[in-house]
Design a protein around this ligand. Structure first.
Ligand SMILES: NC(=O)c1ccc[n+]([C@@H]2O[C@H](COP(=O)([O-])OP(=O)(O)OC[C@H]3O[C@@H](n4cnc5c(N)ncnc54)[C@H](OP(=O)(O)O)[C@@H]3O)[C@@H](O)[C@H]2O)c1
Length: 370
């Protein structure tokens, strides 16, 4: 067995890890393959859902006694702590595995290399860093969240070819096709939280729920940036699962409004102000990161998108562009605010994918330097 074989097995483990794409968060997606002494695959596993078996444990269970003296190939180092399930290193040691092939180290500060160290300590051979870049990129939100203490932020914009979210006067009617809408809903399935500005709540009165039923976790945190608590207690987003709604405000919000919104079951959190009188986004994101939110989808509107870009707090943009021109200097732009004074100061992106969705185009772009 050589490096190429490890890489091929790691590719299989990465494929298995994908099975957790919609359920694992805020845990990482992890895949594992077990080989017996002779190098035959005897077990496979993935971490499908938070609180359920970790990938290594599932793969070892599938392998049973054939794992003795064998090899475990796993995309992320085995954990060493008691979370919702017992430490995976103990399961690896108990299974009498002789060698562990690891993709990436876990950036969780309570693990961070301790899994690999523990395995070596008890005499298990460790081959480290196999396909490390691919293992990290599979879990880019998880790594970003653990390493920076902030959620990975994606801005979603459904707009006209001339960059408008809605016509003059506000209320957005449908701009993009059904296919684009579904692709937008698919993004929600992968995120821990959605964020909108209060302008969008007042204009559209959205529900902001998951609609596709792909993510087994019914709870999606829904977040409103609302300095003065203008969100009505009758807002549709508070009608179902109000316990998942977090409304950020400033100290200018009145205690009466706060009590009224808390009375619906929502959480109201006061943060400091930014230089435009809005909620300070670093504080908002740090609060969310501390509440197990590793990824955020910002769904508008234009003022909110501007704030995230202006504060350099967005890592990715997904734009759905309809073949429609609305015009109007008072229409709602995809990105509002004051704008950057020169192209050099603008936010430079890198197009990652361009896709045709019915008559629309979907562009996924990463912010340079992420
Ligand atoms: N086509 C689409 O995909 C789409 C998606 C969403 C929205 N829309 C449209 O967009 C329009 C609303 O957009 P909008 O730009 O007017 O408003 P918005 O971005 O939804 O909300 C902006 C408001 O949020 C509050 N806020 C608090 N903290 C903030 C912060 N840090 N940064 C930015 N805002 C903060 C501010 O009000 P306070 O000062 O009161 O706190 C601000 O005026 C509607 O017409 C809606 O239909 C379209």
């Amino acid at each position: 067995l050589n490096g190429e074989r490890w890489a091929a097995l790691m590719a299989r483990a990465l494929e298995l890890a994908e099975r957790g794409r919609y359920g694992a968060s805020p845990n990482p997606m992890v895949g594992a393959v077990v080989l017996d002494r002779a190098g035959e695959v005897v077990g496979e596993g993935a971490h499908l859902r938070r609180g359920e078996a970790h990938a290594e444990v599932a793969a070892l269970a599938a392998a049973g006694a054939s794992a003795v003296g064998g090899t475990l190939v796993v995309t992320l180092e085995p954990c060493t702590h008691h979370g919702l399930t017992p430490p995976c290193v103990d399961a690896v040691i108990a299974a009498r595995i002789a060698r562990v092939v690891v993709g990436a180290h876990d950036p969780n500060p309570v693990i961070a290399g301790a899994g690999v160290a523990r395995l070596r300590e008890v005499g298990i051979e460790v081959v480290d860093g196999v396909e490390e870049a691919a293992c990290r990129s599979l879990n880019r939100s998880y790594f970003f969240w653990r390493e920076r203490g902030l959620p990975f932020v994606t801005l979603k914009m459904a707009m006209t070819l001339d960059g408008k979210l809605a016509p003059r006067g506000g209320r957005s009617q449908r701009i993009t096709s059904e296919e684009a809408r579904s692709a937008g809903y698919a993004l929600r399935e992968q995120m821990d939280a959605l964020v909108v500005g209060v302008g969008t709540v007042l204009a559209d009165d959205p529900r902001l729920l998951r609609h596709l039923g792909v993510n087994p976790n019914p709870h999606l945190r829904r977040v409103v940036l609302d300095s003065n608590l203008r969100t009505p207690a009758t807002a549709t987003l508070l009608a179902a699962h109000p316990e998942d709604v977090v409304i950020f405000c400033r100290d200018s919000a009145t205690p009466e409004r706060r009590r009224e919104l808390e009375g619906t079951g929502a959480t109201v959190v006061e943060v400091g102000g930014d230089d435009r009188g809005g909620c300070e986004l670093h504080q908002v994101l740090r609060w969310l990161a501390g509440h197990e939110v590793s990824s955020v989808l910002v769904e508008g509107g234009g003022e909110t998108h501007w704030s995230f870009l202006n504060e350099a707090l967005a890592q990715e943009v997904v734009a759905f562009i309809a073949p429609l021109l609305l015009g109007g200097r008072d229409a709602v732009p995809a990105v509002g605010g004051t704008g950057f004074p020169s192209p050099l100061e603008g936010v430079r992106l890198r197009f990652v994918t361009l896709e045709r969705l019915a008559e629309d185009v979907m562009i996924r772009a990463e912010v340079d330097g992420v």
